[in-house]
Design a binder for this molecule. Structure first.
Ligand code: HDD
Length: 518
């Protein structure tokens, strides 16, 4: 039946609502007086949308109803596997601009001259919760940047903290299991799992302190710093190698939520952070970050008193100052969340000439794992999806599910005599020769001085009020753990600082008494 679209929405309250709430009104205001005709996925006009093809009023429905079958079959396939971590997120687009010359460190074209702009896509995420989880829970946040450079895609896949809980990729899956649901009860957080693992792997202490401090619940994705977290290597035009870390500092200023407000928002607005980012960009308040690098020479790395490839540690700014590089701005929201954010695929192995991996054990594991997860989640041709696609691809790969590229009839084998693509001489010149020596063996590096840097954080960086909130936040989780694990955690916190351990013990004690009194 053809309906009359006579509803005229009031524009009056549009201005009092945020852009995210007005999205449908915005759409309808741009349409002509008559809607377009509906079609099937094959583009065939649909005569009747809201009734299936039945024999008489009471049916049954005919198999001949190809409109219904088209609709139901697509519906069954609307969901794809969510990311195994970082499932819930928000994305936006913008550009990176070079503001300072770092060509003495790297020949990467993205940094080649001051003023150069490169399009980027950014995805923010929460680590442990599923796709529908509340935004305002205590957790690390992902901060991944895709640079669409003239040398292909460069993915810098970082977090909002400079360190990570574990430092060998061999521990990553079990660490993530600890954050996820207990497979028997299907409940998360499972406080025993969490505190058991955290206290057995003492390299996690640095990240634990950061997560329970104020920044553990950001008030906005716009108001957090980002860090590449791993150690990378730069190669300059003369082939000289230095190690580097990436930092992106928010220009909006740091914003965090106190636990009580975050808990309320978890119930009233579970998409608080997604809404904030969408509304800011839609209202023209474009968020931006300044980007810096830290540089460590190969000689400095050899003499360093701590392992420069250990991602549970920072490089102290006093020794390795922040060197400004550029800034990036986000000025465009996605127009199709699924196509542009759910299907965006960051891959740590997408590196460009002038940027190389380091021996960082976490980075080494990541180099394999990201491409693998995308092949599972999105298919072998995930790099051909528009949001993931580089400006140009010349290779000898062909076909596979959902292949879109033709490569203009170029030969499919190499070497060939028909002007198929050849190796890139510049990339070859920038590939460092790594002198590697050593016995292949499995060495657990979990016990390399896990307390000096957490101690600096607790004693020198956090102010007294921040320390108080840190302790409250730790106890708000630790109180639910088994008493053996509580005791082990107090021992570890005391290794950071005796006063920290004592205050946690006292606070736990008063909470358990309060429960008994009740
Ligand atoms: Fe990871 C996703 C950041 C260690 C394996 N990771 C993922 C995302 C971010 C990070 C921001 C979401 C990207 C997006 O928005 O789509 N991951 C990190 C950081 C790490 C880290 C900063 C420590 C330095 N990750 C890490 C290790 C492994 C993985 C050691 C495995 C060896 N990470 C993955 C993954 C994910 C992922 C399973 C899940 C979804 C995805 O890749 O695209 O492959």
């Amino acid at each position: 039946m053809q309906k009359e679209f006579s509803v005229c929405f009031s524009q009056n309250n549009m201005t009092s609502r945020d852009p995210a709430s007005n999205q449908l009104l915005e759409f309808s205001s741009k349409q002509g007086t008559k809607p377009e005709s509906i079609t099937t996925s094959g583009g065939n006009p649909v005569p009747e949308k809201d009734a299936s093809l039945t024999v008489g009023y009471h049916g049954p429905t005919l198999l001949q109803d190809w409109v219904l079958i088209d609709e139901l079959a697509h519906f069954s396939r609307e969901r794809i596997p969510e990311r195994v971590v970082h499932a819930k997120g928000a994305g936006a687009f913008g550009y990176f601009e070079v503001t300072h010359d770092i060509t003495k460190y790297t020949a990467a074209k993205v940094f080649s001259e001051i003023g150069k702009k490169t399009p980027i896509a950014v995805r923010y995420s929460q680590v442990a919760g599923e796709m529908g989880y509340s935004d305002t829970v205590r957790d690390f946040r992902g901060f991944a940047i895709k640079f669409y450079t003239e040398d292909g895609i460069w993915d810098l896949v970082g977090n909002n903290f400079p360190v990570f809980f574990v430092k060998d990729a061999a521990l990553f899956p079990t660490f993530i299991h600890v954050l996820k649901r207990n497979p028997t009860t299907h409940i998360r957080p499972d406080y025993d799992m969490f505190w058991d693992f955290i206290t057995l792997r003492e390299e996690s202490m640095h990240s634990v302190l950061m997560m329970f401090a104020d920044r553990g619940i950001p008030d906005s994705y716009r108001k957090m710093h980002g860090y590449g977290a791993n150690t990378f290597a730069f190669v300059n035009a003369h082939g000289k190698v230095v190690y580097c870390k990436f930092h992106y500092l928010t220009i909006q200023g740091i914003g965090y939520l106190k636990s009580d407000k975050a808990e309320k928002l978890a119930g009233s607005d579970p998409d608080y952070l997604i809404r904030d980012l969408y509304n800011a960009i839609e209202s023209g308040k474009y968020p931006s970050w300044n980007m810096y690098v830290q540089i460590m020479t190969v000689e400095q790395a050899a003499k360093s008193t701590y392992d420069p490839f250990d991602d549970s540690k920072v490089w102290l700014h006093a020794d390795y100052p922040l060197i400004p590089v550029g800034r990036f701005v986000l000025n465009k929201n996605p127009t199709n969340y699924f196509a542009e954010v759910e299907q965006i695929a960051f891959d740590v192995s997408h590196l460009i000439p002038g940027i190389e991996p380091s021996p960082d054990r976490m980075l080494q594991g990541r180099l394999f794992n990201y491409g693998d997860t995308h092949r599972y989640r999105l298919g072998v041709n995930n790099t051909q999806l528009p949001v993931n696609s580089p400006f140009k691809v010349n290779n000898y790969q062909r076909d596979g599910r959902n292949s879109l590229q033709s490569q203009s009839g170029a030969p499919v084998y190499h070497p060939n005599s028909f002007k198929g693509p050849e190796e890139d001489k510049r990339a070859k010149a920038l590939s460092p020769i790594w002198p590697l020596v050593g016995d292949a063996q499995r060495l657990d590096n979990g016990n390399d001085d896990n307390y000096t840097q957490p101690r600096l954080l607790y004693q020198r960086v956090l102010k007294p009020l921040e320390r108080g909130r840190l302790i409250d936040n730790i106890v708000s989780w630790l109180q639910y753990a088994n008493s053996v694990l509580q005791e082990r955690a107090i021992i570890n916190f005391s290794k950071v600082d005796e006063d920290l351990g004592r205050r946690i013990r006292e606070s736990l004690h008063s909470k358990s008494h309060a429960q008994v009194d009740l």
